[in-house]
Design a protein around this ligand. Sequence first.
Ligand SMILES: Nc1ncnc2c1ncn2[C@@H]1O[C@H](COP(=O)(O)OP(=O)(O)O)[C@@H](O)[C@H]1O
Ligand SMILES: Cc1cn([C@H]2C[C@H](O)[C@@H](COP(=O)(O)O)O2)c(=O)[nH]c1=O
Ligand SMILES: [Zn+2]
Length: 194
Amino acid sequence: MLFSEENYETHKRGRIEVICGSMFSGKTEELIRRLKRAKIARQKVEIFKPSIDIRYSEEEIVSHDSNSIQSTPVDSSASILLLSSGVDVVGIDEAQFFDQGIVDICNQLADQGTRVIVAGLDMDFKKVPFGPMPYLLSIADEVTKVHAICVECGHLANYSHRLIDNDKRVLLGEKGEYQPLCRTCYNKKHASQE
Ligand SMILES: Nc1ncnc2c1ncn2[C@@H]1O[C@H](COP(=O)(O)OP(=O)(O)O)[C@@H](O)[C@H]1O
Ligand SMILES: Cc1cn([C@H]2C[C@H](O)[C@@H](COP(=O)(O)O)O2)c(=O)[nH]c1=O
Ligand SMILES: [Zn+2]
């Protein structure tokens, strides 16, 4: 069946929606869009992000294009369940940084009738599936993969190329630290670095 916004926005049923892609692909914008529409529909909405993500704001989710929405920073996924009782829609950004417990928590919330919308990086800078994301993609009722524009050639980008020499998996950053690349341009860069 074709994707229908009306089904999930107007019929209250528990479900898990995952929005994934590289950096700059529009994950946060799409998350904010869905959450703002839920608020317009007078649904009770709670939004969470990992407390380590303080790039643009401590208490807001902010897109690279400066769209924003209020959120609650949490240290662990367990807090999301504790803070979500009686909530219609739960939004979670930067899900790749959460612990593995987030998978079960999303399932519990959806089983209770909550619409859960999760956004996160599907892969790290080495093209390896990031944290709990592969599990969230497996349990999702619906997956939306969004794409940035490759800064080298203008095709669709799948990958987040790290510009600085640092091998740590978690390294917060923006345009100075990362650029979105398509498969061909990512592989070219990495072949020339070997
Ligand atoms: N190379 C790029 N491709 C697409 N969008 C880009 C690019 N560089 C900057 N942007 C900006 O990033 C915005 C998306 O930001 P955001 O939703 O925060 O993405 P994500 O959460 O996936 O990192 C776009 O609307 C656009 O204004
Ligand atoms: C690829 C990659 C990214 N990160 C960091 C960089 C940013 O702070 C976030 C991603 O934010 P966005 O909303 O998707 O733009 O994650 C990282 O720590 N490690 C990586 O490999
Ligand atoms: Zn390219």
